[in-house]
Design a protein around this ligand. Structure first.
Ligand code: C2O
Ligand code: CU
Length: 505
């Protein structure tokens, strides 16, 4: 249905505060609750699942090296309100409503990482085979960055995230604070998700593909989902009144499958200053940015000479369609104080990873396949989730992964625990491609376009244990485009130099 654009103000999700302390660190309480949420002026309230009943969930704002604990609890109903396909991995014999929280971008211990099989039901009545504890620990040892948390339950992640289970998590540090970037109310988070609404306000999610073949189960997973309506921070096509000055936008693509080409309607350039893993070394002036699901961009937009104007944040891939517009900035306010913010030429330092210390190079294909119902499946090396782990790096070792996309579609590839660097990209004929602007930063999710090969380099630290890596198009992830990542502690290997893990770099 067509909703009027730019009639609701952009909400800013509130910060969460800890209620008590636990083992010497702040303990936060977050409970998943079914509630009603107002997405648009003209739309009846929508049933959602929200962390603490909020969509997006409350925002965490933590300091580097100050660990926290979070008790995530599930107070959701026992039945899902979106169509659960019981034929796919994890959904078969398990309770219909399961949840587990992953803090995306965090170097968490394995028992706090939100393994897809560490799920739990309401009041922890039932738990998955990987479940280890109720209270998660986040060490916050990473540099300042824009992380996010979201549901990760095996086989229903696409439905739980679409139902509303996602929120923002900012890590701050001293180095970032010394920079004269726009701060306070001039730093604005934007969580972007596409949705489709039924006329009664309820969320629509397809129960099967448009032209189902006769032997498909019902409901049946779809290979991709694109909503016809764009939401930002839980509002449909909102507007934001801004002053004629610089703003820093912390933008997250939290959509199930949609990749955007973000640009401004006045086609003015803006600055990319950071990526998934925090600030770049230097700002990059850009006119548009391609951002696939789960990627974050940190940008500075200068409205200072645009007083009185309206500028729309657009998706350059969809300019012919309603979804080509995302939100409107109205430079309607007057300057409340002079703008002393700047985009410094040097933003931060990023430690290089040396190619000559690489222990292993893995070549992994992204390929299509079919399941027993003849449905399209997208896989890594033709392997399914339940196949034995093949990505088993040694703790503290450096590896290069060559992600060879044999399919025509985009796959945002996410590796848990680590930040990686993008080394290079090639087209299907092996020709070197121009890097994307985001390739200059620290990444945990990389856009791999159809036919491309992208090489990433990373060091597997600081923990060993069971993690995962996967495509972040949630319809792909739920249908086996996810694999175990088993990081092997040093002592169980037969490597000869026993101090290697301490001296290496
Ligand atoms: Cu954002 Cu494994 O996920
Ligand atoms: Cu994919």
């Amino acid at each position: 249905m067509e909703l009027k654009k730019f009639v609701d103000a952009l909400p800013i999700p509130s910060f969460i505060t800890p209620k008590e302390s636990y083992q010497g660190a702040p303990l936060y309480e977050v409970s998943m609750i079914e509630t009603l949420h107002k997405f648009h002026r003209d739309l009846p309230k929508t049933k959602v699942w929200g962390y603490n009943g909020q969509v997006p969930g409350p925002t965490f704002n933590v300091e580097k090296n100050q660990p926290i604990y979070v008790r995530w609890t599930n107070h959701l109903p026992l039945k899902h309100f979106l169509p659960v396909d019981k034929t796919i991995h994890g959904a078969h014999h398990n309770p219909e409503v399961r949840t587990v929280v992953h803090l995306h971008g965090s170097p968490s211990e394995p028992d706090s990482d939100g393994h897809p099989e560490a799920w739990f039901t309401r009041n922890f009545q039932q738990t998955g085979p990987h479940f280890m504890k109720e209270i998660y620990h986040y060490p916050n040892t990473e540099r300042a960055a824009n992380l996010w948390y979201h549901d990760h339950a095996l086989g229903i992640t696409r439905l739980n995230v679409y139902a509303g289970l996602a929120g923002l998590y900012f890590v701050r540090d001293e180095q970032e604070r010394t920079l004269p970037l726009p701060k306070g109310k001039y730093e604005v988070p934007l969580m972007i998700q596409d949705k489709t609404f039924n006329p009664d306000g309820s969320l629509f999610y397809p129960a099967q593909p448009d032209n189902p073949s006769p032997n498909l189960p019902y409901p049946s997973i779809v290979p991709s989902f694109l909503g016809d309506t764009i939401t930002v921070n839980g509002k449909v096509w909102p507007f934001l009144n801004v002053e004629p000055r610089k703003y820093r936008f912390r933008l997250l693509n939290a959509s199930n499958s949609r990749t955007y080409k973000f640009q401004l309607s006045n086609l003015r350039p803006f600055y990319l200053i950071g990526t998934d893993g925090g600030l770049l070394t230097r700002p990059i002036k850009v006119e548009s940015l391609d951002v696939s699901p789960a990627e974050r961009i940190d940008i500075v937009v200068d409205f200072s000479r645009l007083g009185g104007q309206k500028i729309v944040l657009q998706d350059g891939f969809e300019l012919e369609n309603p979804t080509g517009e995302i939100m409107e900035f109205r430079v309607s306010k007057s300057l409340s104080c002079p703008d002393q913010s700047k985009v410094p030429l040097l933003l931060s330092r990023i430690e290089p990873l040396r190619v000559n210390k690489v222990r292993k190079i893995r070549r992994i294909t992204l390929n299509d396949s079919q399941d027993e119902y003849g449905r399209l499946m997208l896989l890594f090396d033709d392997k399914e989730w339940m196949d034995p782990a093949t990505e088993t790096p040694l703790l503290n070792s450096i590896e290069i992964w060559e992600l060879v996309n044999l399919t025509p579609g985009i796959h945002p590839i996410h590796v848990h625990l680590v930040n990686f660097r993008v080394l290079d990209r090639y087209d299907k004929d092996g020709r070197l491609l121009i890097p994307l602007p985001a390739d200059y930063g620290l990444k945990d999710t990389v856009l791999v376009a159809g036919g491309e090969t992208v090489r990433i380099i990373m060091k597997f630290q600081p923990f060993s244990g069971d993690y995962v890596w996967h495509c972040h198009r949630l319809e792909h992830e739920d249908h086996d485009m996810m694999r175990p990542l088993k990081i092997i502690p040093f002592h169980s290997s037969n490597h000869s130099n026993s101090n290697r893990h301490q001296t290496d770099m």
